[in-house]
Write a protein that binds this ligand. Structure first.
Ligand code: ATP
Ligand code: MG
Length: 432
């Protein structure tokens, strides 16, 4: 173990996290800031959240903070709530009985493939460090002494911007296959290199992701694509052949070399990163709607060839795509409903009857952004993305003229004007 005076900007730490640690120490427990918070502070970044690790049990923590609750089964942790901020407090995890068939007891359980089903055996801080995933995630900061405790060489890896698994890589992936996705996420977000041990088992062990509950993969997908480095993350997922375990249908289409889909996904993810940089909201419905779009589009085209009307075809393809996807990653209804609304609105925006009314729909903005992305990616949209951009900026008179423009050339698909006008929102400029 190495102990170092920390180069941490304490003022960057959430006062509530410091309060929690102080309180635990006052009561005679030891408590540290740990995980992504410490890692990001040392890298000079802004942590997303602050995790505290302590030798107090969840019940003891619960008793100290009125504003707290115990959550989780797989890992029991305590959430201490301060308004909208949540400080996650975990008790040091210890070693638990390994391997063996039917190895399961009240506190820990392992599946046949080695997956940890439950991990509630408590232990020392050293043991806790060894149970974490990557060395850079296993640094402990003690505010009262302003020191960092490093049990696994995390400081050196941080310095070299290298992601290293703690322990034997294959075993650690088998315990929790989601660590493969976490490896990609951290490398993309922190601009780290994977050390050879992190990469080597990926091909063989990636199929273990099939065993992960869809709800957990849904959460992980949001983390992958909503952390501000979505495009880089996506490229790494492709590079390590992991995308197919999250979005099998779209992955298949991308693998066929469908350029429109490639451009669309890349443009959407670049746009997502930009929005996060600018502090604008990003909705899972838009993200998921776009990630499934290649398959919706392909299925709809097939249905049209079989004689289905375009509107019906899209609707059926949308429903089928969602049904297929939730076998892999769940999609809560509060997101799948707006996803379908965005898809259904595509047809109406491409055939704008009563544009003033369409403008007032809740989903208009998202559907318009979606249409613009499709157009930028080279999809046949009759130039209506561009038309809507102009329509929204136009005054009364100009709007009438724009509406008039549509009439002679209906259906809009036949318009030839499509590529002549430069659109304002060029997402595709840098598409590879
Ligand atoms: P971020 O919050 O920026 O996504 P993080 O490293 O804080 O990154 P969390 O998911 O918040 O990640 O987890 C907090 C810490 O808990 C991690 O840093 C790591 O030490 C530990 N941890 C989380 N998930 C796992 C896992 N699947 N296996 C082992 N340790 C984990
Ligand atoms: Mg965290």
């Amino acid at each position: 173990m190495s102990q170092q005076q920390a180069a941490i900007a304490v003022e960057q730490i959430s006062p509530n996290a410091l309060k929690v640690i102080q309180r635990l120490e006052d009561e005679g427990y030891s408590a540290y800031l740990v995980g992504g918070g410490v890692r990001d502070l040392l890298l000079g970044g802004k942590p997303k959240d602050f995790d505290v690790s302590t030798d107090a049990t969840p019940e003891q923590v619960r008793q100290l903070f009125r504003n707290s609750r115990i959550i989780g089964r797989r890992f029991r942790i305590v959430h201490v709530l301060y308004g909208r901020e949540v400080i996650e407090v975990t008790t040091f995890r210890g070693h638990h009985p390994q391997g063996g068939d039917g190895d399961s007891n009240k506190h820990s359980a392992v599946s046949d493939s080695g997956r940890l089903l439950r991990d509630n055996v408590y232990g020392s801080i050293e043991e806790d460090a060894l149970r974490r995933d990557f060395t850079v995630n296993a640094l402990y900061y003690q505010p009262s002494s302003d020191t960092i405790l490093d049990f696994c060489g995390g400081l050196e890896d941080l310095e070299k911007r290298r992601l290293t698994l703690i322990g034997e890589p294959a075993t650690r992936y088998r315990e929790d296959p989601v660590r493969m996705l976490r490896a990609v996420r951290f490398c993309a977000k922190l601009n780290f290199e994977m050390s050879p041990g992190v990469v080597a088992p990926l091909d063989e062990l990636a199929p273990l992701l099939h065993d992960i509950p869809p709800a957990r993969l849904f959460d992980e997908v949001l983390k992958l694509f909503m952390s501000g480095a979505a495009l880089a993350t996506y490229r790494e997922l492709l590079r390590y052949k992991l995308l197919g375990f999250l979005f099998p249908a779209s992955n298949r289409i991308l693998a066929q070399g469908d350029e429109v889909s490639e451009h669309f996904i890349a443009a959407m993810l670049r746009n997502t990163d930009l929005r996060i940089q600018q502090g604008k909201p990003v909705t899972p419905a838009f993200l998921y709607g776009a990630l499934l779009w290649p398959s919706v589009r392909q299925q709809a085209e097939a249905l049209v060839k079989q004689g289905e009307s375009p509107v019906q075809a899209r609707q059926q393809a949308g429903i089928a795509s969602i049904e297929h996807q939730i076998q892999h990653t769940s999609i809560p209804r509060r997101f799948s409903t707006p996803m379908r609304e965005i898809w259904d609105l595509q047809h109406r925006l491409e055939n704008p009857r009563g544009p003033e009314h369409l403008l007032t729909l809740t989903r208009f903005r998202a559907a318009y952004d979606f249409l613009v992305l499709r157009e930028e990616a080279g999809e046949e949209t009759g130039g209506l993305g561009d038309w809507w951009t102009r329509y929204q900026e136009a005054d009364e008179q100009a709007r009438q003229e724009l509406t008039g423009e549509l009439r002679p050339s209906r259906p809009p698909r036949k318009r030839t004007r499509r590529n002549r006008r430069g659109t304002r929102r060029k997402f595709s400029d840098q598409v590879p």
